[in-house]
Design a protein around this ligand. Sequence first.
Ligand code: SF4
Length: 376
Amino acid sequence: MGFYDVYKQYEGFDFEGFFQSRTPDDVRKALAKEHLEVTDYLTLLSPAAGNFLEEMAQKAHRITLRNFGRVIFLFTPLYLSDYCVNQCAYCSFNARNKFARTKLTLEQVEEEARAIAQTGMKDILILTGESRQHNPVSYIKDCVGVLKKYFCSICIEVYPLEEEEYRELVAAGVDGLTMFQEVYDPGVYARYHNGPKKNYHYRLDAPERSCRAGMRTVGVGALLGLADWRKEAFFTGLHADYLQQKFWDVQVSISLPRFRPSIGGFQPDYPVDDKSFVQILLAHRLFLPRVGITISTRESPEFRDNILPLGVTKISAGSSVTVGGYARPDGMAPQFEISDPRSVAEIKQMLIQKGYQPVFEDWQQWDSLEKQLYNF
Ligand code: SF4
């Protein structure tokens, strides 16, 4: 059984009717519970709960403090290549967009690694466009070989792989996976995707394959803006819950990427405003008290600072979303426009001012720890 079996249980469910039927009393009852049922979670995503954001925020804050303390983990993305064979309508790297594509050589990867490491960052997320031909697993593995000299934690956000390939990358030093399903609704998914990414089920099962392969952390998410956010948020939370229950030793997290402008001028059908974004964040935190929640530089500085206490556990900082953008910050096409251009030092300062402890290293690969301890 995979997550799609869970998804299927809601086929034919009248989401619209359920959401519209929720009353303030239903919201109060859900908020009073220690452990939320799935229907409580749906209730907190309903329009009625939109009038209880303050109460939800207070509870979400308490739960977050209890489970995570006043700690925020920091990471930065590193783009290795923008070659992509897919045609996602909402992404600059869409194969149809004409611009000079780039792929870092191992020397350039090292150059990027040095530039990032100088900021104090220890946790990176490496990304490629989805092209097996240009960015084969062997290339990703070689890059990891370079990067693990500089970083304690290396996560990947690449095309979906076979379980054995994930195992290979784990052995090479990768410890985390981020895999955005983009859209959980299969009909909408089919509309926005062309190329190998059209295979909805292969993507949906990728986080589970990576868990079986020994990944330490796994992150899921939907690109907010592509479909009805109440349903998309619901299935994202169910997916995280499914993984958490099935793989108790894997640290599961949710990201909330909100659509940002990209080459091609795509406009989302379901733009998510700040208030709705906050409601999603709070509902996730109340339903899944132990799941990590990541907020990226897609959000503005002011907004990120304000939502920190509501359940956020990890943020990106000092981000470049272009290939080679750390060592050479100009020239290449970004995957999307970022909203928070602050440096790592500025983010660190902001966190301290707000009474949070910025954490650069929550985990260290045993082989590099061994090297430090025993000077191997
Ligand atoms: S979202 Fe990913 S798969 Fe789609 S065009 Fe962009 S890089 Fe390629």
